[in-house]
Design a protein. Sequence first.
Length: 124
Amino acid sequence: MKEWLRLWRSFGYALQGINHAVRTQRNMQIHVAVALGVVILSIWLQITRLELSLLLLVIAIVWALELLNTAIEACVDLVTKEYHPQAKIAKDVAAGAVFVSAMFAIVIGILILGPPLYAYFFTR
């Protein structure tokens, strides 16, 4: 029973971390809003389950990297409040990882959602 309790608590800590990021990080709020829009649009366009799965996967990757970016920024800020070139590198590289994933997510979103959107608006 103690193992289940510890597992349950660890889920709670993870949810607290996600909640913190959503409440305090503007970029995470943008990612959540865009993801919600993409899912709603995907349902409306009736894309295949495979296409929806791919979109959900790239959404999860962007969210996960944004959460890691937030954690790295918090750790760097804990170590130093002053400017340090290594701190800047850590923060910039973490932000770059989010940027790369978001750009590829946009490309994948266009590849999947573009054709049905085009068909809806221009071939009716």
